[in-house]
Design a protein around this ligand. Sequence first.
Ligand SMILES: [Mg+2]
Length: 377
Amino acid sequence: MSDHRITEMRIHCVSIPARAVHSHGSGDVGGINVALCELTTDSGLTGWGEASPWPVFTGTQEGAAAALHVHFRPLVIGQDPVLVEPIMAQAERVLVGHPEAKAALECALLDLTGQIAGLPIAELLGGRARDSMPLSFSIANPDFDADQADVAQIWDSGVRIFKLKTGFADHAFDLMRLEKLRDTYGDAIRLRIDYNQGLPAYDAIRHIRDLEAFRPEFVEQPVRMHERAALAEITRAVDVPIMADESVFNVRDAQQATATRMTDIISLKTAKSGGIRRCLEIAAIARTAGIEVYGGCMFETSIAHMAGAHLMAAVPDLTLGCEFYMSTYYAETDIAKTPFPVRGGHVHLPKTPGLGTAPDPDALARYRTRLLSHGDS
Ligand SMILES: [Mg+2]
């Protein structure tokens, strides 16, 4: 318990254009559309969290804003912000789904709790196992010439991990891009592949076997999210490790995935699972079965990236790194007061209490959309 009480929740819907369209097996995305949750206390503290939805994956920006405004606001006004689990358990009881809105609420509560305790969120989770983690950039521009120029620049900045988005054009295009990247960068480039559900299940194994010659470190979500039996079959059939992303949202999915050995790796995302601490529960389940975890992201600003960075810093074992690249290499602008801490191809976790970042007021005013925002003063 603390002496602090939450007095207000404000929701800011924000839309930031991307520098380039990114294509995926599940469609194109040209910007970042999120709902930011701002909690203030009677002691003058402010906590931030972000709901980062993707309509073809978890939900919508307007749905997340409504979940926060209508359903979660009554749970927190007048509450002590350090009661994170009781508040989140109540949020899960009053509203099914909407994991990205729950992630925003939990992050804002943890941000306040950290400021009250004088500790970064990672320390509230048990302590950081690492101060930095290697960063992956996603290659997803349908214009591969433009993508190669971007990759060259990002390579020069120190990034060595690249994830190729596949399955949105034809198989020959995917093979051509892999061959070109392996030829250009040799063994120094760490390549991964993400189909975003883009392969037909009946023919997925043959497609993946063709890619194995280019030595990818993993192949992510080849088939549709509900095709879990097919995913398990693929995991058994091919040599390259398989990662589940869309097929594992919550602890129940993780339990099923370990029971059936459906996958070799699970992508952790606070927006899928309803917060940082539910992701740690998934990581614990995965660990019991020798399944690796990975720091995945949705289309996010620095705020959600930082939540993910605290999560992945606190995971006991991390060999595959993270992909919190959006605010540095994808968005037109980083909305935060201080740029997201990417240096030399790594994300460096701050040591400041709480989340360790907040939106810049001018950037927030510029990218805030009027229609879906609540709590204007
Ligand atoms: Mg993915």
